[in-house]
Design a protein around this ligand. Sequence first.
Ligand code: C5P
Length: 281
Amino acid sequence: MLVERAYAKINLTLDVLGRRPDGYHEVDMVMQSVDLSDLLWIDKSDAGIRIESGASNIPLDERNLAYVAAEAFLRKANISSGISIGLEKNIPVAAGLAGGSSDAAAVLRGLNRLFATGYSLDELAELGASIGSDVPFCVYGGCAVARGRGERLQRVHHQMRAWVIIIRPPVFVSTADIYGALTPKQMTQVVRSKSMIESLMDGDFERMVGLVDNRLRPATQRLYPEVAEYAERLSSTLGQPVHMSGSGPTLFLLAPNERRAQRSYNAIRGFMKEVYLCRFI
Ligand code: C5P
């Protein structure tokens, strides 16, 4: 038995360049892992793939990306053993934080260790791309520019350890619906990843915060006006900009140090139920 940790991610930039013939969208985005994580216990078992979790709001069968990842790995490695996975869910579900993708990536890393199959992270990321667009990033974690449909990665090694306050409004968003609702005007050739990476490499927190943006946000707020209302309430209460991760509904704020992060966290906890204080990793 071994333990793997699956970290959540936020999007610091997310630009959509256009619709592709395969139905996906060409994106350019800066993804950043944060230290909010699920825990997975992975072991060999008699037969089949079995996932157990105390969380009542996730499927434990082939609708769970961790299950899909286990199946894909066993097929690739030509292994017939059964697998048992214990999943402690701490990352909010269907929230734009890549929780499911990160669990899938952790299963790939974990099975690679459990069976000593010796695949490189690049090979696991390639396998991950068949499971979901965000899985390759989650195989590595850290920070990266993601292009293509999200699977083509340029990894970034910076030292910024900004604090993040993550707020998950009680709204359920379909990623496919948000991409489907994009108008041509919301797609652009102007990408912000280069400036964002410069600010991260320079350790320039103020510049970095000023560059955070997400082109899916107008579509999410149009389909789910409650997300706009939560964002407005948060930013007017705190007097600072509030950002959205992925296709939403998760909102986040950034802080340069623990004191400021804790102050915002305490203020938000007064009126939002699901709030998390974490850090870039
Ligand atoms: O890859 P994943 O299964 O996470 O994507 C979920 C849905 O989001 C896709 O079926 C597609 O409709 C949409 N999507 C997209 N372009 C991307 C990523 C996702 O249109 N780059």
